[in-house]
Design a protein around this ligand. Structure first.
Ligand code: GLV
Ligand code: MN
Length: 217
């Protein structure tokens, strides 16, 4: 009997560990963003239910194309809880990615969410690297989807030579978080010491300085 109880507790604990965001405990909790406040666990405070209106569940932010005139030829428009308060406590969010021809969404990971990418227009090479160091990759066409498991480094690259591409990405977290591989290693503030990076990548410190110059804010 005691061991059944222990098993139940362990199973419940495991269930909590594998869910990206906590389960909702009410119909909805439209976020109130206190000025200058960061996300509070397990979400943002709720707007009073009597003040909630249909527009709280509406988001038009992804209807507009992002500006891709930058060095990556890429723009992400985020529909996480910070932009779309209606998703607070619902455990999901949505982004739009716009790519110029040859544009890239550089390698990054989301510590709190699995991501599903769906191509709306164009041809996009996508991929992620597993903890075993294996690359899983595919060229997606319009209407096709791919999934990046939570925490895995992934990228997207527009292989259309002359055409723009567009994707929608969905996440099983209201606030997936983003860790960019380049910015985290070479653009951290304060900096990771050159000697650490030079030794880690087995290159001269000059190369590290060059990479850091690319990621200075
Ligand atoms: C794409 O990878 C995204 O994070 O929106
Ligand atoms: Mn991503």
């Amino acid at each position: 009997m005691a061991s059944t109880g222990v098993m139940l507790v362990l199973t419940a604990a495991l269930a909590v560990l594998v869910v990206a965001d906590p389960e909702p405990v009410q119909d909805f909790c439209v976020a109130v963003h206190p000025a200058g406040d960061a996300a509070a666990y397990p979400g943002f405070p709720c707007k009073p239910a009597s003040a909630v209106v249909s527009d709280d569940f509406f988001f038009a932010g992804l209807a507009v194309a992002g500006d891709t005139s930058n060095r990556f030829g890429f723009n992400v428009t985020q529909g996480n809880v910070e932009a779309f308060p209606g998703v607070n406590t619902l455990g999901l969010s949505i982004n739009r990615g716009d790519f110029a021809p040859g544009g890239v969404n550089p390698p990054h990971s989301h510590p709190r969410a699995t991501e599903l990418v769906h191509v709306i227009a164009g041809r996009v090479l996508v991929g992620f690297v597993s903890t075993a160091g294996r690359l899983y990759s595919k060229v997606l066409r319009e209407g096709e989807s791919f999934v990046f498991p939570r925490g895995m480094i992934h990228f997207q690259y527009n292989v259309g030579e002359a055409s723009a591409a567009r994707v929608i990405t969905v996440f099983n977290s209201q606030l997936p978080g983003v860790v960019g591989a380049g910015p985290a290693l070479f653009g951290a503030d304060p900096e990771i010491p050159d000697v650490v990076l030079a030794k880690s990548f087995q290159v001269d410190a000059k190369i590290i300085k060059l990479l850091k110059s690319m990621f200075k804010n």
